[in-house]
Ligand binder design. Structure first.
Ligand code: NDP
Length: 476
């Protein structure tokens, strides 16, 4: 199949009107893959206006059963094209091919979940005091701007687009400039699956150049964003002017807490991938590792040994676990952080070096002797770096966990049920797993506390987030 390189607007490929073309580089080879059209301001207007026309012309009013049928068709086409989509992602951002396949499968599951959710998304009947009949309707908002990042381009696009479409909205999807290919493919495949023209528009283009125009467009009713806290905060500020709805999924500095009473050998073996998967470019990365003092040394020894064994290399190979970073710039940011830690006398127990040859690779790094004031302990690095600290006291540890301005995800390892419940309750975070590193479940809400965001993706919560509640009272 051909590489998708133009905008997808109104059910067809479209040349850009005045936008700057985007050159894509394969991060594993540093070779050019393609030139993709970047949307200009006229394209934003055209896409949003025609999405609004598609909304009014019928998508919002289509019988729920019909919407269900289209959404299941989209999922089917995604599965039929799984290998192509996975290869696109692998080349575009250096995602290990086995992860890319899983993520396309996840995207298809998201469409299936919301296809099934359409006819299970209920309002209420309310016995109001004055009698009569009172009920609520969940009504779609209109055109949603979905702005997505480059670290999980395909699944995040699906988990914004699918629930928004399921409840009757139309969507203008802006992929990150580094990773537009699978979003464009999604637009085309969804159209082939029966989604009417204009219901899903895909607009690659620089966030700096078209972001404001998209966010402030008067026909945009909601912005659903995943990315950096800085951009999320700007979007919220712009949206506030017209009281547009926003949901924001932003950064994280998630803890991985290992108590001495846990199955800590298993925690040590599995924890490297809780931070180094996707080369650490993951808002849920467990990048602050808290280990209870009595097991600190043997835990670190095992954890470092497990990190050494990770298969770093060519993302096209099925056995690869860790691919390159997404860009030369992202690798430089991570290296600068490691250099800062070294300059402060922190120990790099393993990793941090560039393997030789081409590609933006960086060996996963474990930092020891870190202080709580260190930049690498406090700030999201978005690369393969973990900081490890021992702890003695449960309450002081929780205080340190919660000292972060972020609160997205985390893991907690203990075999003491009462402790698990107590600590889980006290940690300020939108998502937490006990004796596991799993953060994302299609059926459960995903999102953050504090500066990690606002609103929830996934689960039925996401469908709620793409609707307004209308209360209707009928007098007897
Ligand atoms: P950004 O927040 O800049 O990018 C995320 C998305 O927002 C992209 O589609 C981007 O487009 C778009 N965007 C950028 N500026 C604007 C704007 N003014 N208005 C509207 N949309 C805009 O993240 P970066 O890619 O620059 O990554 C920087 C850091 O952000 C990372 O190192 C990491 O710490 C964090 N991050 C967190 C993510 C998460 O999952 N929570 C995901 C990605 C990054 P474009 O690509 O064209 O600039």
């Amino acid at each position: 199949m051909q590489l998708p390189t133009e905008l997808f607007v109104n059910g067809a490929w479209r040349h850009s009107a005045g936008g700057k073309a985007i050159t894509l580089i394969n991060p594993a080879t540093e070779e050019r893959i393609a030139e993709v059209a970047g949307a200009g301001l006229p394209d934003v207007n055209e896409a949003v206006e025609s999405a609004h026309r598609a909304f009014v012309a019928g998508w919002r009013d289509l019988a729920p059963g019909k919407r269900t049928e289209v959404m299941f068709n989209v999922a089917r086409l995604l599965r039929e094209n799984l290998e192509w989509l996975a290869q696109l992602e692998c080349q575009n951002i250096g995602k290990p091919i086995s992860d890319a396949r899983d993520e396309v499968g996840l995207g298809a599951r998201v469409f299936e979940y919301y296809a099934g959710g359409i006819t299970r998304f209920y309002g209420q009947t309310i016995p109001v005091a004055r009698g009569g009949f009172d009920y609520t309707l969940r009504t779609p908002m209109g055109v949603v701007a979905a702005i997505v990042p480059w670290n999980f381009p395909f699944p995040i696009a699906c988990w914004k687009v699918a629930p928004a479409l399921a409840v009757g909205n139309c969507v203008a999807l802006k992929p990150a400039s580094l990773s537009p290919l699978t979003a464009l493919a999604l637009g085309k495949l969804a159209h082939e699956a029966g989604l009417p023209a204009g219901v899903l528009q895909v607009l690659p283009g620089s966030g700096q150049a078209i972001g404001d125009a998209l966010v402030t467009h008067p026909l945009i009713r909601k912005i659903s964003f995943t990315g950096s806290t800085a951009v999320g905060s700007r979007i919220m500020e712009l949206a506030a002017r017209d009281l547009k709805r926003v949901s924001l999924e932003l950064g994280g500095k998630s803890p991985n807490i290992v108590f001495a009473d846990s199955d800590w050998e298993r925690a040590a073996e599995t924890s490297p991938m809780s931070v180094f998967a996707n080369t650490g470019q993951d808002c849920c990365a467990r990048s602050r590792l808290f280990v209870e003092r009595p097991i600190y040394e043997p835990f670190v020894e095992r954890f470092v040994a497990a990190t050494r064994k990770l298969a770093v290399g060519d993302p096209a190979k099925a056995e690869t676990q860790i691919g390159p970073l997404v860009s030369a710039g992202q690798r430089e940011v991570v290296e600068a952080c490691l250099a800062g830690a070294r300059a402060q006398g922190r120990t790099v127990a393993v990793g941090g070096e560039r393997p030789c040859g081409k590609g933006y690779y960086l060996a996963p790094a474990v930092l020891l002797g870190v202080e709580t004031a260190d930049v690498c302990w406090r700030e999201e690095i978005f690369g393969p770096v973990v900081c490890v600290r021992p702890f003695d006291d449960e309450a002081a540890m929780i205080q340190e966990v919660n000292a972060s301005p972020y609160g997205l995800s985390g893991s907690l390892w203990t075999n003491d049920l009462r402790r698990a419940l107590r600590v889980a309750r006290q940690i300020e975070s939108g998502v937490l797993s006990v004796n596991s590193h799993s953060s994302v479940h299609v059926e459960a809400p995903f999102g953050g506390f504090k500066q990690s965001g606002l609103g929830r993706d996934l689960g039925m919560n996401a469908m709620e987030g793409y609707t307004e509640v209308k209360n209707v009272y009928v007098a007897e």
